[in-house]
Design a protein around this ligand. Sequence first.
Ligand code: NCD
Ligand code: ZN
Length: 346
Amino acid sequence: MTSVTIRRPDDLHLHLRDGEPMRSILPFTAARFARALVMPNLRPPVTTTEQALAYRRRILDALPSGMDFEPLMAIYLTDRTEPAEVERAKASRHIVGFKLYPAGATTHSDAGVTDIRRVDAVLSRMEEQDLVLEVHGEVTDPEVDVFDREARFIDGVLAPLARRFPRLRIVFEHITTRAAVEFVLGSRAGIAATVTPQHLLMNRNALFAGGIRPHHYCLPVLKSQADREALLNAVASGDSRFFLGTDSAPHARAAKETACGCAGIFSAHGAIELYAEAFESAGALARLEAFASGHGADFYRLPRNQGRLTLVKAAWEVPRAYPFGAEQIVPLRAGEHIAWRLAEEQ
Ligand code: NCD
Ligand code: ZN
């Protein structure tokens, strides 16, 4: 049987939520990834070092005994973030960055930044302290087409930001377009991007396949086939500026299957397996390890993980739903197959 063994990977963009729902889904990530960068868009958001450390403690407390997993934390930037928060975050040693959500861009982003210039003092302190800025790269202007929001963000916000803070290290999160790939490839040192499994495996037709498909709706929204191919080529090239961040974003079934459903695709149950499918389809399985376990750790200046993880080419049927606290969650590929599985013995 075909198998691949890689260094244990890191998920550098993950939503875990909190409380009982978190307890239900955390083992999926901990079974695959040694570390994950946990997004701070709780309600209310995680805006201080103290809150991030308390959230980290709740994650560790929710971890089943015997599981080895390290949460890396990010703080949610708001118009009111104090520059002194940067030193506090740096001193904590568990916080690796600040997350920029343009106000209104996505799930729980109403507390986000209304104008990037309002956080200039914080960004300049981050540059000094060498903390990473994680960016949700979409403009929120309702007149800008939803499929153009990422490209418009590059020209209007990200490129000028990267020039104004030339030493600030930036991760352009969950990139979805050829324009984003080209921006990263053409940019100065210190700029990288995460890529999700859904944007490598699906184009926007998946939103409407046979009817409207709320479980394929996430933000940034799925893009065209040409964009998907640009992402696949970027990760398959082995370029170290692209690394793994699933953006697994769980929402209860009732919050997805409704007249105004939430954005977010849950992929933690099969994340590394789905990436293996994508890399195999591009003839680049040999590059999976660096993307999943090398480039991201290096960018964040973390030691690479010591353990190993083995994937076997053996299809399995994904359950139609998993428990999510008192509710249910519908995973990516529910009722369908994933071509790779984790080996029994890790
Ligand atoms: C995320 C969520 O649900 O928290 N949703 C999503 O579609 N990706 C928010 C985000 O990362 O934008
Ligand atoms: Zn996200």
